[in-house]
Design a protein. Structure first.
Length: 133
């Protein structure tokens, strides 16, 4: 550890506190994030019929079917204060990466995601229907 401006006293204090309280705070938080991730992944698969992967880290990778549709969903969620990673090209151009948090946070996110996904889908179906006529 270099004692310079890169490591501040408050940072050292936080790390020391976390190490002193590791077993009572860190594993339960990790478990809650895993429950949030697993619940989100299951809901995306079951309720929305989406392909969703994510079992070992704190994120879920979701296929939104097209790059244009992905952009609409990402933008609409950003307007609601949710930031998800949709900056992929090539084979992953239609995928988003959702970083997960607590079970409670992921329940709130899923409600907004579901409403947004359904609104964008309905809008897309109306556009496709109008174009077909």
């Amino acid at each position: 550890l270099r004692l310079s401006g890169e490591v501040t006293g408050p940072s050292i204090h936080v790390v020391t506190w976390l190490l002193d309280h590791f077993h009572s705070h860190v594993p339960p938080e990790i478990e809650d994030i895993c429950r949030g991730r697993d619940s989100l992944r299951a809901s995306l698969r079951k309720d929305q019929g989406l392909t969703a992967h994510g079992e070992y880290a704190n994120h879920v990778l979701v296929d939104l079917h097209s790059e244009g549709f992905k952009r609409l969903v990402v933008e609409a969620l950003a307007n609601q204060g949710w930031v998800i990673n949709g900056r992929y090209d090539g084979d992953l151009a239609r995928w988003v990466l959702i970083t997960c948090g607590s079970s409670e946070l992921m329940r709130k996110f899923y409600v907004d995601f579901r409403l947004t996904y359904e609104a964008v889908t309905l809008k897309g179906e109306k556009v496709a229907h109008a174009a077909a006529q």
